[in-house]
Design a protein around this ligand. Structure first.
Ligand SMILES: [Zn+2]
Length: 317
């Protein structure tokens, strides 16, 4: 019997071999847990310190787990970064550009030389730990809709239904984020937490998800994943919205109190979005319902981002 594929004829044996090869190519042999990509997001930093002190916590039989405190200088001074955002430094052309030489440019090259796909210890999976001043609870960040990422997200939602899943869509993270170095990579974003603050509740929640992910990878590698629901809601990035500004570029309005802390909640056309300094409400003027995230994220004031608008998608893996 011969199975017909769109552009080739394959015997059953060839089909089995191809599936096996795909599976072997997608096995996780080495995972990297990263904290402190942003130096003032302490949850990840202190989890890395914990894991470096007690490596048995993250040791699993079927793959190697490494840790990285990504931006130690920024952490030392309690800032997001020294010269530029490390999590925007991993564009291939920038990594190859010898004229780029700020602290973070050099750091990105060093991290790529260590863990990138052509590095000394290429990693198959990167888990990058972040925190946010926005009220995003526990969010799983994915940068593309690879089946591997969607399946993992569905599993995490199954284990903890409070988890939200956000896709950075076309915002650029799939090319320039640290986690883009891995064959696969996701982020965990927890909040709201002020910058430079350690919060035990979110520390424990992040720690628990890390173990769930490591255990998942273990089962994935031996093809023993349990059955779990294959649908979930994905919030997909559409665009960022800046604060209202005057002719000098100064902010003239704040996040409206009715929108503050309402990440992932529906925002309808006409709903309050901003409140000007002199008390005027500015409504959301879009044409359709949206679900804002990263509302009033402290780190995004300098990038002209008051919030990111998303669409809700029902995903079936
Ligand atoms: Zn961050």
């Amino acid at each position: 019997m011969i199975a017909v594929f769109p552009d080739k004829l394959m015997t059953p044996k060839q089909i089995v071999m191809e599936k096996l090869e795909m599976k072997l190519n997608n096995l996780i042999n080495r995972a990297l847990i990263v904290g402190g990509t942003h130096g003032n997001e302490f949850t990840g930093v202190y989890l890395i310190k914990l894991f470096e002190q007690f490596p048995e916590l993250i040791r699993r039989d079927k793959f190697e787990t490494l840790t990285l405190l990504a931006n130690p200088e920024a952490f030392a001074v309690g800032r997001r970064y020294i010269h530029k955002d490390l999590n925007r430094c991993f564009l291939r052309q920038n990594l190859e550009d010898t004229t780029l030489s700020t602290y973070e440019d050099l750091l990105a090259k060093k991290i790529n030389d260590s863990y990138g796909q052509n590095g000394k210890k290429p990693v198959d999976f990167i888990l990058d730990l972040h925190s946010t001043t926005s009220n995003m609870g526990v969010t799983i960040l994915i940068d593309n809709e690879e089946p591997f990422h969607l399946q993992l997200a569905a599993y995490l939602r199954h284990v903890n239904p409070a988890i939200k899943v956000y896709s950075s869509g076309n915002s650029g993270r799939s090319q320039n984020a640290l986690r883009s170095l891995g064959k696969f990579g996701i982020g965990i974003e927890v909040g709201c937490i002020p910058q430079g603050v350690l919060n035990a509740d979110f520390f424990l929640k992040t720690q628990s998800i890390i173990y769930t992910i490591l255990n998942y990878l273990e089962l994935y590698n031996v093809n023993k994943l349990p059955e779990f629901p294959n649908t979930f809601i994905l919030y997909k990035y559409i665009e960022k919205i800046d604060y209202p500004r005057n002719e000098n570029g100064e902010i003239t309005a704040m996040i409206h109190p009715q929108l503050q802390f309402k990440d992932y909640e529906a925002l309808n056309p006409g709903d309050p979005m901003f409140l000007t300094l002199d008390g005027q409400t500015i409504p959301y003027e879009g044409n359709s319902i949206t679900y804002p995230v990263f509302i009033n994220e402290a780190a995004y004031y300098e990038t002209g981002t008051a919030m990111c608008l998303t669409n809700q998608h029902q995903i079936t893996v």
